[in-house]
Design a protein around this ligand. Structure first.
Ligand code: IVH
Length: 694
C-alpha cells in the first residue's frame, strides 16, 4: 500500500470541515518556501536558513498532507522520497529520439569537425558552445504545465525506461519549474551522475554493511537509477546537469524557444534546472582545444567525473543547416580524454618502505598506456585493500590513473584469471633491514620498526631533509642520496654537513666542479628559517603549515623540543595525534643527538619575534585560495597567510573577506564576484607577502 493510501485510511478528515481555500493557500506557500530553500541548498550551495528551520517547514507540510490527503499533489516536496516498490520499469517511447555523439580523440579531428561545419554553412561565421562531457546516464525529463510528470532513461535512443519515482528523489531536479513562462510541454535532456564524494561515501557504507561496492561513480549512478524501490534511490547521492531539450509544445503550437544553445541553457537555469557551471562559448576550433586543455587540467578537482568535453554549434538555425548523420548530430562532437583505466597483467608485488617506515605494496605491471602515460607500477595501498579486492600476482588487473594521483590497481578481471596465480601476504619483517613490521593501533599500514637504523627510512629521511621546501640543498638528488647511504658515507641527516668535496668527487658521475657546487649548496642551506628546519626533520604528519604554526607559537626550537603533547595541542591545526608524534619524535635519544650535531654544524635561522595574534597584519581575515599559482605552491601560500594571522578556508561564503585567485580559477572566483567579495591575483598576493615580510 502506498504511503498516501495508508494516510487516507487512517485519517478520514473531511476537507469541507475547514476552510478549503485557506488550506490550499497555506500548502502552496509551504511548497514555494520549501522549493526556494531546497534550490538554495542543493543547487546554489548557499542555504539561507538552517536545516532545522527547513525541517520545521517540511514537517508542517507533512502534517497538513497527513490530515488532508486531498492536498497532496505530484509536485509536493514531500513526494520526493519513498513511494511504492515497482515490479518492473515501464517502457517509454521517446517521441524525439535521444541521440548519441560522434567521438574525437585529437586536435586534428576537431579541426576537421570545424571545417565540415564551415563547408555545410558555406562560411566560417559560427560560434561553438563547449561543455564538459559528464560521465553518467542520459535522461529525459518531461514537464507538463511546469510539473515533472515523467523521467525516462535513454535506452536505445528510441525506447527507454520510466524511472520517474527514482528521479523525483534527486533534490536538484525541480518537481515544479520556477516562473510561469514555460511551455505547456517541455522535455529537458541531461545527464544523471553521482558526485565523486557521494560515490566514496556510498562505497564506504556498502563496505560497512558488507555489501558489494561499485566500480565507479557511473556504475553507482546506473545501479541507483535502476532501483525498483525508490527509497533506496533516495538514499543515493545522485545529481544532474541539463544539456539540451527535446519536445517543446505550447498552446500556440511552438513555444518561442531561444535562438542559441547557450540561451536555451540560460532559460533552463532560470526555470530552476541545474546547469553545469563549466560551460563556455568558444569562437573557433583553437579555442575548443584551449577549453579542452583547461578542463583536462581541472578534471581531478571537479566534484564529478567527466570523460571529455562536447562542442556544439551554438546557433539553433545553424544546427538545423548542418544536420545529422544517422543517430548523431553533425553539429556536435565529443572530444574524449585519454582513457583513465586500462587492463594489464600484474607481474609481481614489491614492498616499498617510506620515510616513516610505512610498508606499501606496489604492483609491478606489464607496461600499459593509461591516462596519457605508460604505467609500470601501481599502488595497492595495504594488505586489507589487497584482500578486499582479491588481487593475486599473475592476475589481469584494471589499472586506473586519474589526474596526477599515483596509479592504482582497481580490481582483478576474474574471467581472465590464469590457472597459476599467487596470493600475496605482507611480509612480517621489513624487506630492507629485516626489523619486525607491525600494525600499530589498527592502522591499515604495517610499519618497519627499524626507525633510522633502516637504510630505506634513512634514505627517505635524508631526501626529505634536502628537498626544496625543507633545507633546499640544490644538487643533492635522490640518486645521490641513495648512493651515499649505500656507500655508508652518510648515516643520518647530520652527516651531510661533514662531507668533503673530495669524498663527493670520488663518487660515480661526480666531477670536481659538481662536488664543489654541492658543498656550496650544503653550506648555503645552513642559513635557513625555523619553520623550514622543523619541517626538514621529517616528523610524521608535520607538514609545512604545521611547522610554521609550531615556529610561530613557540619561537624557539628548545621550547618545541620540550613541549608536552597537551601543550602542543594549543598550536593551530595540531590535534592529539600530531601532538603525540611531535612529543615522541623529540623524546627519542637518537633524534636529540642528530639535532645537536646539526646545530653544532652552525645551522642557524633568524629569531622569530612573537606577535600577539591580534597584532598580526591579517588577523582573523577569512581568505580563500583558488586557481593555480606560478610562483609558489598553494600549500606555501596557505602557510604564509596563516603566518600572517589569516584563517584560510576552502569555500567562499558571505564570511569570506578575500579571495586570492590564481590562474584558471573557476567556480570559487565566480562565487566571490557574485557575493561582491574582494579578489586579488597572485601578483597582489606576492606584494602583500613582501609588505609583511617576517
Ligand atoms: S549532448 C544531441 N552534451 O554523451 C546530442 N551529451 O555520447 C545529445 N553526455 O547520450 C547529447 N555530457 O549521455 C551531450 N554535455 C553533454 C553531455 C552528453 C554527457 C552523454 C549523453 C549522451 C552521450 C553521447
Amino acid at each position: 500500500m502506498s504511503k498516501t493510501a495508508a494516510i487516507k485510511k487512517k485519517l478520514p478528515i473531511e476537507l469541507s470541515d475547514v476552510k478549503k481555500s485557506d488550506l490550499v493557500a497555506q500548502v502552496q506557500q509551504l511548497h514555494k518556501s520549501l522549493n526556494y530553500h531546497s534550490h538554495r541548498y542543493y543547487v546554489l550551495d548557499d542555504p539561507e536558513i538552517p536545516d532545522v528551520e527547513y525541517d520545521k517547514l517540511f514537517r508542517q507540510l507533512e502534517s497538513l498532507e497527513a490530515q488532508y490527503p486531498e492536498l497532496i499533489s505530484l509536485d509536493s516536496p514531500t513526494q520526493r522520497v519513498g513511494g511504492k516498490v515497482l515490479e518492473n520499469f515501464q517502457q517509454v517511447l521517446h517521441e524525439m529520439p535521444m541521440l548519441s555523439l560522434s567521438n574525437a580523440f585529437s586536435s586534428d579531428e576537431i579541426e576537421d569537425f570545424s571545417k565540415r561545419i564551415g563547408e555545410r554553412l558555406e562560411h566560417d561565421d559560427f560560434e561553438l558552445f563547449a561543455e564538459p562531457k559528464l560521465d553518467g546516464l542520459a535522461i529525459s525529463l518531461r514537464y507538463e504545465k511546469g510539473i515533472l510528470v515523467q523521467a525516462a532513461t535513454r535506452g536505445d535512443g528510441q525506447t527507454g525506461e520510466d524511472v520517474t519515482s527514482n528521479v523525483r528523489t534527486i533534490k536538484t531536479i525541480p518537481l515544479r519549474l520556477s516562473g510561469n513562462d514555460f511551455p505547456k510541454i517541455l522535455e529537458v535532456r541531461g545527464e544523471i551522475f553521482m558526485p565523486k564524494k557521494g560515490f566514496e561515501q556510498l562505497n564506504q557504507t556498502q563496505i560497512n554493511n558488507d555489501e558489494k561496492t561499485f566500480a565507479n561513480p557511473r556504475n553507482a549512478a546506473a545501479g541507483s537509477l535502476r532501483q525498483l524501490d525508490s527509497k533506496i534511490a533516495a538514499s543515493r547521492p545522485l545529481d544532474m546537469f541539463c544539456y539540451g531539450i527535446g519536445i517543446v509544445e505550447d498552446e500556440n503550437e511552438n513555444h518561442p524557444i531561444e535562438s542559441t544553445h547557450s540561451l536555451i541553457l540560460q532559460q533552463l537555469k532560470y526555470w530552476g534546472l541545474p546547469i553545469c557551471p563549466e560551460v563556455k562559448i568558444v569562437n573557433n576550433w583553437q579555442e575548443c582545444i584551449a577549453y579542452y586543455d583547461s578542463i583536462l587540467l581541472k578534471r581531478s578537482e571537479l566534484p564529478y567525473e567527466i570523460d571529455g568535453v562536447v562542442y556544439k554549434v551554438n546557433s539553433i538555425a545553424q544546427q538545423q543547416i548542418v544536420g545529422f548523420i544517422s543517430r548523431a548530430p553533425r553539429w556536435a562532437i565529443a572530444h574524449k580524454f585519454p582513457a583513465e583505466e586500462a587492463m594489464t597483467r600484474l607481474l609481481n608485488i614489491d614492498v616499498q618502505v617510506g620515510r616513516t617506515g610505512a610498508l606499501t605494496p606496489v604492483g609491478r605491471l606489464e607496461p600499459v598506456f593509461v591516462g596519457g602515460v605508460t604505467v609500470t607500477n601501481a599502488t595497492l595501498h595495504n594488505q586489507s585493500e589487497i584482500d578486499r579486492k582479491g588481487v593475486r600476482i599473475g592476475d589481469m588487473v584494471i589499472v586506473r590513473r586519474a589526474g596526477d594521483v599515483i596509479p592504482e590497481i582497481v580490481k582483478p578481471v576474474l574471467s581472465k584469471r590464469p590457472d597459476k596465480t599467487q596470493v600475496f601476504n605482507m611480509p612480517e619483517h621489513c624487506p630492507i633491514c629485516g626489523s619486525l613490521a607491525e600494525r600499530i593501533n589498527d592502522e591499515a599500514k604495517s610499519r618497519c620498526t627499524g626507525g633510522l637504523y633502516c637504510p630505506a627510512q634513512r634514505k627517505e629521511a635524508i631526501k626529505h631533509f634536502a628537498s626544496r621546501k625543507a633545507m633546499d640543498i640544490d644538487g643533492l638528488g635522490d640518486k645521490l642520496v641513495e648512493q651515499m647511504v649505500d656507500a655508508e658515507m652518510i648515516h643520518d641527516i647530520s652527516d651531510l654537513f661533514s662531507l668533503s668535496a673530495e669524498q663527493i668527487s670520488n663518487m660515480e658521475r661526480m666531477g670536481e666542479k659538481s662536488a664543489d657546487n654541492l658543498i656550496k649548496s650544503i653550506e648555503a642551506s645552513k642559513s635557513t628559517t625555523l619553520p623550514r628546519f622543523i619541517y626538514a626533520l621529517g616528523i610524521r604528519e608535520v607538514g609545512e603549515a604545521t611547522a610554521l604554526a609550531l615556529a610561530n607559537h613557540y619561537q624557539l626550537l628548545s621550547k618545541i623540543q620540550t613541549a608536552k603533547a597537551e601543550d602542543l595541542q594549543n598550536v593551530p591545526d595540531v590535534g592529539p595525534i600530531v601532538a603525540h608524534n611531535i612529543e615522541t619524535f623529540f623524546s627519542q635519544e637518537h633524534n636529540d643527538e642528530v639535532i645537536k650535531k646539526l646545530l653544532s654544524s652552525s645551522i642557524h635561522w633568524p629569531e622569530i619575534l612573537k606577535k600577539e595574534k591580534d597584532e598580526l597584519p591579517l588577523a582573523d581575515r577569512v581568505i580563500v585560495l583558488t586557481g593555480s599559482l606560478s610562483e609558489m605552491t598553494r600549500n606555501d601560500a596557505k602557510a604564509r597567510l596563516i603566518e600572517l594571522g589569516a584563517k584560510v578556508s576552502g569555500s567562499v561564503s558571505k564570511k569570506t573577506d578575500l579571495v586570492i585567485a590564481g590562474d584558471k580559477a573557476g567556480s570559487k572566483l565566480k562565487k566571490a564576484e557574485e557575493l561582491d567579495i574582494e579578489v586579488m591575483d597572485e601578483a597582489g598576493m606576492l606584494l602583500l607577502f613582501k609588505k609583511y615580510e617576517l
